[in-house]
Design a protein around this ligand. Structure first.
Ligand SMILES: Nc1ncnc2c1ncn2[C@@H]1O[C@H](COP(=O)(O)OP(=O)(O)OP(=O)(O)O)[C@@H](O)[C@H]1O
Ligand SMILES: [Mg+2]
Length: 259
C-alpha cells in the first residue's frame, strides 16, 4: 500500500510546472509537500487522483498507474483515495450531512438510511456531531475544513490527500486540524499527502517533508533535517526570506534523505 510518484512532468502551454518530481508515501505515514503559492502543489495532487494526466513520469497508487486508468478502474481507485479540497468545495444547496454522503449515493448497497448513518459517524469522527442538518454556509472556516475531511473519509479510504488544510485558519484551529490529521493516520492507518505552505503545520504533522521547487523534489527530509538544512532555498522558504529563496535559483537539488 503506497503512493509512488516518479519523474512526474506537467506543462501548461509553455509553462513547465512539474519537471521530474519524485515522492513516496506509505501506510501510517504523512508526507508533506511544501512550497510557495503557484509552485504546483495542487497540480501535483490532481495527478494522484487522475484529475490531471502527466506529460511524462507516473503516479502509482495501490499498484495502479493512475494516468493509465480509465472508467470503472479509475472510479475504484478514487474510492480508495479521500481528497480534502483546497477550498472545502462543499455544495451550499445541500446540508452538511448530504455533502458528506454524496459520494456514497452512486455506490452499490448504500441505502439512504445507511448513508445518513455513515455521514453522522464521519461527522462525529471530525468533531462535528449533530451538525449534519446545517448548511455549509452556516459553518465557520475550521468547521468547513472538518466537513470536507468527513466527506473524504466517508468511503473508508486507504489514502488521504489534503490540499492546504490549515490555510486561513487561526493558530488554535490549525492545531486542532493538525491533530485530526494525525488521528486519521493513526486510527485509519492511511497513507497521507498534505500540501501546504504552513510550515508550523508541516513540522507538526509530517513524517517527511518535501520542498517542491522548480518542479522537483528539491529537498526531502524528516522535520529535524528540514529545520537544520543549510540549503539556501530550504532556509529561505522556512524562514520566509525571499532574498534567500529567490536568490539561488541555480544549482542541483541537494540530496536530503530520500527514503
Ligand atoms: N488547468 C490548468 N491550466 C493552466 N494552468 C494551470 C492549470 N492548473 C494550474 N495551472 C497553473 O499551474 C501553476 C501551479 O498551480 P497550483 O494550483 O498547483 O499552485 P499551488 O502550488 O497549489 O499554489 P497555492 O499555494 O496558491 O494553492 C500556476 O501557475 C497555475 O496557474
Ligand atoms: Mg494550491
Amino acid at each position: 500500500m503506497s503512493i509512488e510518484i516518479r519523474g512526474l512532468r506537467k506543462s501548461f502551454g509553455e509553462k513547465e510546472i512539474l519537471r521530474g518530481f519524485d515522492l513516496q508515501a506509505g501506510e501510517n505515514e504523512i508526507a508533506a509537500i511544501v512550497g510557495p503559492s503557484g509552485v504546483g502543489k495542487s497540480v501535483l495532487l490532481k495527478h494522484v487522483v487522475g484529475l490531471l494526466r502527466p506529460d511524462a513520469g507516473s503516479v502509482v497508487v495501490d499498484g495502479t498507474t493512475v494516468g493509465e486508468s480509465h472508467g470503472s478502474a479509475l472510479a475504484d481507485l478514487r474510492r480508495r483515495i479521500g481528497y480534502v479540497f483546497q477550498f472545502a468545495a462543499l455544495f451550499d444547496s445541500m446540508t452538511v450531512a448530504e455533502n458528506v454522503g454524496m459520494g456514497l449515493r452512486r455506490a452499490a448497497g448504500w441505502t439512504p438510511d445507511r448513508i445518513r448513518a455513515r455521514a453522522e459517524a464521519c461527522l462525529a469522527m471530525v468533531g462535528l456531531e449533530g451538525m449534519g442538518s446545517r448548511r455549509p454556509a452556516d459553518l465557520s472556516g475550521g468547521q468547513r475544513k472538518r466537513a470536507g475531511l468527513a466527506r473524504a473519509i466517508a468511503f473508508s479510504p486507504k489514502y488521504l490527500l489534503y490540499d492546504e488544510p490549515t490555510t486561513g485558519l487561526d493558530p488554535v484551529t490549525t492545531t486542532s486540524i493538525d491533530r485530526l490529521m494525525l488521528r486519521m493516520r493513526d486510527e485509519l492507518g492511511v497513507a497521507t499527502l498534505v500540501v501546504t505552505h504552513d510550515m508550523t503545520s508541516a513540522f507538526r504533522v509530517a513524517d517527511r517533508i518535501t520542498l517542491l521547487h522548480e518542479g522537483r523534489a528539491w529537498f526531502t527530509g524528516v522535520p529535524a533535517e528540514v529545520r537544520s538544512s543549510g540549503d539556501p532555498v530550504v532556509r529561505g522558504f522556512v524562514e520566509g526570506d525571499p532574498g534567500l529563496y529567490y536568490g539561488t535559483g541555480a544549482g542541483e537539488p541537494t540530496a536530503g534523505r530520500p527514503r
